[in-house]
Design a protein around this ligand. Structure first.
Ligand code: DUC
Ligand code: ZN
Ligand code: ZN
Length: 469
C-alpha cells in the first residue's frame, strides 16, 4: 500500500482548469497521489461538502517595510503571515525596499533576518528599486535575478521613490536581459504634486482630498507611459493595483499591439469608493491608499476586467497602518494634511473571502477562474509554478479547504493582522477557508491555529525567461 502522511478525502478539488471530486494523498510535504478512495495509516481530513483549492498566493503584500520618519507598518512577518494564513493563503510575496545610497543586498540580508523563523506561510520577495545606480543595474540586479530575486517594483509616484522615465527604461532593460519581471506603480507624481498644492492652498486638507489629488487621469497617463516604455524596451511588464476602466483600456490596447502585460487589481477597487474617504473625524484616513478607490462605475469596470481576463492577478496590496496611532494614520502631520497620511490599507486576510463571496458565490466567476486569480497566475507570473499555485502530483501540498456555506460578517476583532481596523468592517461574506495546509502540515484546522511560527519558509523564484502567462 502506498504510504501517505495525510489524506484529504472527499472534497471537490478545483484547479485553474478543472473541477473534480477526488482524494489527495500527501507525502513528504508534496502531493503524492490524486485519486479515488485513497487509504492509509495516517491522518485523514474529511473534506466532503467542501472545496479543496490551492493555497492562496498573495503576490502583493507589504510587511515590515520602512515607511518614513515616525511611521511604522502595523505588520511584521509574524502577524502578516498569520493573517494571510487565516485568509486561506500559503505564500505571500512582500517587498524588500532598497534604501537610497545603499546596496540592495544589504536590505535583503536585513529583510531575510526579519522573516527567518517568524513565518506562518511561505514567503518570497520582490525588490523595490529606489536608487538605480550603474552598479545596481549593471551588477547587483543581474546577480540577484540569477539568485532567484527576479521581480523588481518601480514607482512613478512618491517623492522619495519615483524613478524618472530614463531610470525606468534602464530597469526594464535589466529585466529584458535577465528574464526578471518589472512591476510598476503607475501614477504621475508631477500631476499629483500640482493638485496637492492646489488643494492645500484652498485649505482642503481632509483625507478625501487624497482621492481628489490622484484622479483617474493621473493613473491612466502613467499606465500608458509605463506600457510605452516596456514596448520600447520590448519586455513584459506587470501593472499593479489597477483601479479603473481607463487604465484597463491602456492595458488592453498595449496587448493588442503585442506587448505582454500582466494586470493586477485588488479588493479595494471592487468594494470601496472614494466616498469612504469622507468619513467623519478623520475616519476617511482608514481608506487612504494609492491609487485611491474610485466610484461604483469603476468597480463595475474592474469586475469586468476580472471576468474578461484584463486582470490576471487579484492581490490584496496589504499595506497596514494602525488608525488610532500617532505612528500610523493619525500621525501628527497626517492630522494636519492628507498628504502625510501613510498610504495603504490592510487586507491580506480578507482578499480571498471577498473574491469568493462577491465573485464565485454571486456567479461572476467560476471556481477555476477564482483559483487562477487567487493562486495559479501569481505562481506563474513570479516563477513559483508548478511547485506552488496548483494541485498536481509533485506540487507542494499547499491547500485551502473552503466551506462554501460559512457566512461571516467581516470584523477586525476576528482578524489576525496588526492593524486596529479593517476597511471591510461589516461586509457580509459567504464562504471561508476553514482548514489550511502548508507543505503537508495542517496549519489551521477548523478555524483554529495548529501550526507554529517558523513553519513557513523562504521560497526562491525561478527566473522566468521573460515570459509571463
Ligand atoms: N503602493 C503599493 O503598492 N502599496 C502601498 C502603497 C503604494 O503606493
Ligand atoms: Zn504601489
Ligand atoms: Zn503595494
Amino acid at each position: 500500500m502506498y504510504r501517505f502522511d495525510l489524506i484529504v478525502r472527499g472534497g471537490t478539488i478545483a484547479t485553474a482548469s478543472d473541477v473534480f471530486r477526488a482524494d489527495i494523498g500527501i507525502r513528504n510535504g508534496r502531493i503524492a497521489q490524486i485519486g479515488e478512495a485513497l487509504t492509509g495509516d495516517c491522518e485523514v481530513i474529511d473534506a466532503s461538502g467542501k472545496y479543496v483549492l490551492p493555497g492562496g498566493i498573495d503576490s502583493h503584500v507589504h510587511v515590515s517595510q520602512p515607511s518614513g520618519e515616525g511611521i511604522v507598518m502595523a505588520d511584521d512577518f509574524e502577524s502578516g503571515t498569520l493573517s494571510a494564513l487565516f485568509g486561506g493563503n500559503t505564500t505571500i510575496m512582500p517587498f524588500c525596499l532598497q534604501e537610497k545610497g545603499r546596496p540592495m543586498r544589504e536590505a535583503l540580508t536585513a529583510y531575510h533576518k526579519l522573516a527567518e523563523g517568524n513565518c506562518y506561510t511561505d514567503v518570497s520577495f520582490h525588490l523595490i528599486v529606489s536608487d538605480p545606480t550603474d552598479s545596481l543595474l549593471g551588477q547587483e540586479l543581474p546577480a540577484l535575478a540569477a539568485d532567484g530575486y527576479s521581480s523588481f517594483k518601480v514607482f512613478m509616484t512618491y517623492e522619495d521613490l519615483r524613478l524618472s522615465d530614463a531610470e525606468i527604461l534602464k530597469t526594464l532593460d535589466v529585466a529584458r536581459s535577465t528574464g526578471a519581471t518589472v512591476m510598476v506603480h503607475c501614477e504621475n507624481e508631477d500631476a499629483i504634486r500640482f493638485l496637492i498644492a492646489r488643494h492645500e492652498a484652498a485649505g482642503d486638507v481632509a483625507p478625501r482630498a487624497h482621492a481628489s489629488t490622484r484622479p483617474v487621469a493621473v493613473e491612466r497617463e502613467a499606465t500608458h507611459r509605463a506600457l510605452s516604455l516596456a514596448e520600447i524596451v520590448d519586455v513584459p511588464i506587470v501593472i499593479v493595483h489597477v483601479s479603473n476602466g481607463e487604465a484597463m483600456e491602456e492595458i488592453a490596447r498595449a496587448r493588442a499591439r503585442g506587448l505582454k502585460v500582466v494586470g493586477e487589481t485588488c479588493p479595494q477597487y471592487l468594494v470601496l469608493t472614494a466616498e469612504d474617504l469622507d468619513g467623519m473625524d478623520w475616519e476617511g484616513a482608514k481608506f487612504v491608499c494609492s491609487p485611491p478607490p474610485r466610484d461604483k462605475a469603476a468597480q463595475a469596470e474592474c469586475w469586468r476586467g476580472i471576468e474578461t481576463g484584463v486582470f490576471d492577478l487579484f492581490s490584496s496590496d496589504h499595506c497596514p497602518f494602525r488608525y488610532d496611532d500617532e505612528r500610523g494614520k493619525r500621525n501628527p502631520k497626517g492630522l494636519a494634511s492628507f498628504r502625510h497620511i501613510p498610504n495603504g490599507i490592510p487586507g491580506v486576510e480578507t482578499r480571498l473571502p471577498i473574491l469568493f463571496s462577491e465573485g464565485v458565490m454571486k456567479g461572476r466567476i467560476d471556481l477555476p477562474r477564482f483559483v487562477s486569480l487567487a493562486a495559479t497566475a501569481h505562481a506563474r507570473t513570479y516563477g513559483l509554478y508548478p511547485e506552488k499555485g496548483t494541485i498536481a502530483i509533485g506540487s507542494d501540498a499547499d491547500l485551502a479547504i473552503w466551506d462554501p456555506t460559512e457566512k461571516r460578517t467581516i470584523r477586525h476583532a476576528d482578524l489576525h493582522d496588526g492593524a486596529d481596523y479593517s476597511p471591510y468592517e461589516g461586509l457580509e461574506v459567504t464562504g471561508w477557508p476553514t482548514t489550511v495546509i502548508l507543505g503537508g502540515r495542517v496549519m489551521v484546522r477548523d478555524n483554529t491555529l495548529v501550526g507554529a511560527k517558523g513553519d513557513g519558509t523562504y521560497r526562491s523564484a525561478r527566473t522566468r525567461g521573460a515570459a509571463p502567462l
